[in-house]
Ligand binder design. Structure first.
Ligand code: ATP
Ligand code: MG
Length: 401
């Protein structure tokens, strides 16, 4: 066994010493068997949330109704989830009730795919009643139990299936794929936030091409916000080498390929319930990428875009142009660093200076004058120095008179 499991072994032992069972489960065990980097370990236990809270001094209730308690132990945190079964599902998305149980088998049985239904005890022994290891070896995504029933219980699992294709490059097993094809309309019941989380993992996966191939074949896009009938545009997206793009850049890339009119971009992102900050970032990257495709960066564009957006937009520009050398990114970032000012607040003057110099009260002239000063500094007509700016302004107004 290796990290991060090793650090968590004492947590499992503590539960066992108190007479409970505890195992590593879920994605961490799957990724361990795949020799992939492991993000965080999930722990399943026969102890109820109340029992967990009594056993550990520092805990946080993060989803007690689902049986999940966060345990802080030696400066690390672990999600402990009580063994549970899900009751009848309503609306194809959530169980009416969850029941805590004391046996591992039934907990594994409620999990989505066989590869995700393997438990590992603290000595490293695997408990694998649904042959998840075999599925991992054969690179197969297969539901635990009948796919049709499992997708009808929770339609999000179909979305998880294609996101795992993107992350793991596995195949979807035949019965599972058939059930996916015939149950896709149930995705309409699923909250956008849940779909978004899975779609973003799909976009970030190395094998998004393969996942989107399946989505095109199965009409999957019809059930995702703003993506119905966009297969052609997705083909274009897949023709680019998007390796190394981060999530915000991927969304900008999707939008670029969708070729939406500018006014439809924000409504599209709103449909996906994008956070305002992310929405702004994506829109900026898209705007400057399109500008960059038309012309080189101007000082104004560098100044108004800022470092991060320059970096992302230039990256996207290179992807769209099929240029693999990345030198231009550092070239434009250097040019940005050399700008005499980086923001309005860097100006050596402000509105009150202007009012004093010209003995005039406030008004729109202040903003206009500041813009003029800003432009002159960026174009290096004047230097960013209070006295210098004052003389230049007086000079300008004399010329105007
Ligand atoms: P990741 O590496 O992205 O975290 P994961 O498999 O750990 O992948 P999580 O969403 O963290 O995915 O879920 C943890 C585990 O909970 C899964 O491995 C699976 O066993 C179970 N699980 C998650 N979502 C569902 C679901 N919708 N239906 C059934 N089981 C699920
Ligand atoms: Mg996980």
């Amino acid at each position: 066994m290796k990290e991060p499991f090793l650090s968590a072994v004492p947590v499992l032992k503590h539960l066992e010493d108190a007479g409970f069972e505890a195992y590593f489960v879920g994605g961490s065990v799957r990724d361990y068997l795949l020799n992939k980097p492991i993000s965080d370990v999930d722990i399943a236990t026969s102890a109820t949330p109340m029992e967990v809270k009594q056993l550990f001094s520092k805990t946080v209730d993060i989803g007690i109704e689902h049986g999940t308690v966060l345990v802080l132990y030696q400066k690390k945190s672990y999600e402990l989830t009580t063994f549970r079964t899900d009751g009848e599902y309503i609306d194809h998305r959530r169980p009416a009730e969850v029941s805590f149980i004391r046996n591992l088998y039934d907990d594994l049985k409620r999990r989505d795919f066989t590869m995700n239904a393997i438990a590992m005890d603290r000595s490293g022994t695997l408990h694998d009643p649904f042959n998840g290891q075999q599925a991992i070896k054969e690179k197969i995504i297969q539901t635990v139990g009948h796919a049709k029933d499992r997708f009808q219980e929770d339609a999000l699992r179909m979305m998880r299936a294609v996101r795992f294709v993107s992350q793991l490059s596995f195949e979807i097993e035949k019965e599972t794929l058939e059930a996916l094809k015939s149950n896709l309309p149930l995705l309409r019941e699923i909250a956008i936030e849940r779909k978004k989380a899975e779609f973003e993992k799909l976009l970030s996966g190395n094998n998004r091409k393969k996942a989107m191939g399946i989505m095109t074949q199965t009409n999957f896009f019809s059930y995702l916000p703003g993506l119905a009938n966009q297969e052609k545009h997705f083909e274009q997206l897949l023709s680019y080498d998007c390796e190394g793009l981060n999530l915000m850049e991927m969304w900008s890339m999707v939008l670029y390929c969708l070729k939406l009119p500018e006014k439809s971009v924000e409504p599209f992102l709103r449909k996906w319930r994008m956070a305002v900050k992310d929405m702004k970032e994506i829109q900026s990257i898209l705007y400057y990428t399109i500008t960059r495709l038309k012309q080189e960066w101007t000082v104004y564009d560098l100044y108004s875009a800022g470092k991060n957006i320059i970096h992302s937009s230039e990256k996207l520009y290179l992807v769209l142009k099929g240029i693999s050398e990345k030198e231009s990114i550092s070239y434009w970032l250097d040019r940005y660093e050399q700008l005499p000012i980086k923001a309005r607040t860097d100006l050596a003057v402000d509105g009150s200076d202007l009012m004093m110099w010209f003995d005039k009260s406030g008004g729109s002239w202040i903003k206009e004058t500041l813009l003029k000063i800003e432009a002159a500094i960026l174009e290096e007509k004047i230097v960013n120095d209070k006295q210098h700016i004052k003389e230049w302004l007086k000079d300008c107004s004399r010329k105007q008179d």
